[in-house]
Design a protein around this ligand. Structure first.
Ligand SMILES: [Mg+2]
Length: 168
């Protein structure tokens, strides 16, 4: 992906609910989830589950471009969220996952501890302002995503990352 000149993020982190997919995994669908013969992901009542339109393409392209991808979610439905990532065939793009309730500062402390990547080398996309506010305090470039992830948010976010890194 073209993201201008200058430093690139070493860890690209996405929230799940209302960032990669347009629902709360703990309330909107009824597990277990499964795939039909056409590859649709369905819940136990045959309701079709969709990602935001650009989500898969974004993860695939960033992965192909050599970026390390992670997800950070506060959902209490850890197993269900992991199951959906598997059903959507996204795990092959994702290197690190922190999925459990609590302040997202904790999730990022874990990312730092397990990867050794500095906070200033991370970028984070999330639809909840409190998470953006909390994680920003650690020095991560945070992008407040209002209508789900899309390519414009990625490009604007990477530009913001470079502005942050180029600041004296
Ligand atoms: Mg969310």
């Amino acid at each position: 992906m073209e993201s201008g000149h200058g430093p690139k993020p070493k860890l690209v982190v996405f929230d799940l609910d209302y960032t990669l997919w347009p629902f709360w995994v703990d309330t909107h669908f009824t597990p277990p989830f499964h795939k039909d013969s056409d590859g649709n992901v369905l819940d136990s009542r045959q309701a079709k589950i969709l990602l935001y339109p650009d989500s898969k393409d974004i993860l695939k392209q960033l992965n192909a471009d050599g970026y390390t991808i992670a997800v950070a979610s506060r959902t209490s439905c850890t197993a269900e969220a992991n199951n959906l990532l598997e059903k959507f065939d996204l795990n092959k793009y994702i290197s690190h996952k922190q999925i459990y309730p609590g302040c997202k500062k904790n999730h990022f402390s874990k990312f730092h501890a397990t990867t050794g990547i500095k906070y200033e080398d991370m970028i984070f996309f999330d639809d909840e302002y409190r998470n953006v506010s909390d994680v920003s305090e650690k020095g991560v470039t945070c992008i407040f995503v209002e209508h789900g992830i899309n390519w414009k948010e990625i490009k604007d976010g990477f530009n913001k990352f470079q502005r942050n890194r180029n600041r004296p």
